[in-house]
Design a protein around this ligand. Sequence first.
Ligand SMILES: Cc1cc2nc3c(=O)[nH]c(=O)nc-3n(C[C@H](O)[C@H](O)[C@H](O)COP(=O)(O)OP(=O)(O)OC[C@H]3O[C@@H](n4cnc5c(N)ncnc54)[C@H](O)[C@@H]3O)c2cc1C
Length: 292
Amino acid sequence: MAYYRATVRRTARVTPGMIRVTLGGDELTDYDAKGLADDYCRVLFPHPGEREPVIPVEVDGAEQVPQGAVAAPVRNYTIRRHDRVDGEVDIDFVVHAGGVGATWAREAVVGDSVALTPAHGTYQPPADAGWEVLVGDATALPAMGRIVEELPAGRRAVVVGIVEGPAEEQLWHSRGDVEVRWLHEASADKLAAALTAAVRDVALPEGTGYVWVAGEAAATRAARKYLRHELGLPGAQYSTLGYWRFDDEAWERRYKEVATQVDERLAAANEQFPDDDDYYDAVDKIYEDHGL
Ligand SMILES: Cc1cc2nc3c(=O)[nH]c(=O)nc-3n(C[C@H](O)[C@H](O)[C@H](O)COP(=O)(O)OP(=O)(O)OC[C@H]3O[C@@H](n4cnc5c(N)ncnc54)[C@H](O)[C@@H]3O)c2cc1C
């Protein structure tokens, strides 16, 4: 795995709850990004009190943490903008309470260091799609903004963003024929229900299109079930992406209790279902069976 070192060039508030960190560095002129509008990477952060993240090294063809070091905390973030010429990447951080990533972004100053893995994404509407529907919470806005800004001229898109309140709404420019709707939900524990409802409430236009949903993981799981099993959309016509989990600590505690059974069943499902959609159905069922 390649790792790209980057330092903070500047920071700016996109909205009160979102900070844009512009990262720069020589290594970013060659940054390996797939070029999809929802491209994301893993960001390696420094440990508290340290200036540089711990970057794995390769020993005899295998990647490992340098001797005596502790692996860096890692989180996923969307590449909001990549400029090869200037060697810059923008990442927009939701600054929720707590969290390694959110705290780092809140405190970031020019010169702070992180490392990025190569970026890849999933946003790939079918070639014959006549419309797009994008639904997401605050964590999805960086990808939704980039998708909207990169739409081809005249492309019809309905975009539903769920944010805390009016101050968190964003303005995007597009060549597409875009209708943006904002919904407000200030309680993190009600976000999943709001996102699930928002997906169900959008009337999909006639004909072949593409639905992209990202945000809280319980909601995106429900969205996938709805799109695949209630609406019967083929896998190529939707993407549902769990970006974060409400009360992740409780989920992790439960996972530890059932990890052995879950991991065994996941491995078996991986063997049994070569088709991605069938496999994801099996994964959802396994997690649900174990209260995850
Ligand atoms: C493909 C992909 C792309 C993503 N792109 C972005 C992006 O561009 N910008 C962005 O901000 N996030 C993005 N995320 C989501 C981000 O990775 C998670 O929110 C992550 O948990 C943040 O890490 P943290 O260290 O701040 O919090 P963690 O240490 O992971 O979590 C600490 C606590 O905060 C809670 N929490 C985590 N995220 C949120 C949140 N958003 N709102 C409220 N509570 C939260 C957890 O449940 C936990 O209780 C993306 C995720 C994926 C998978």
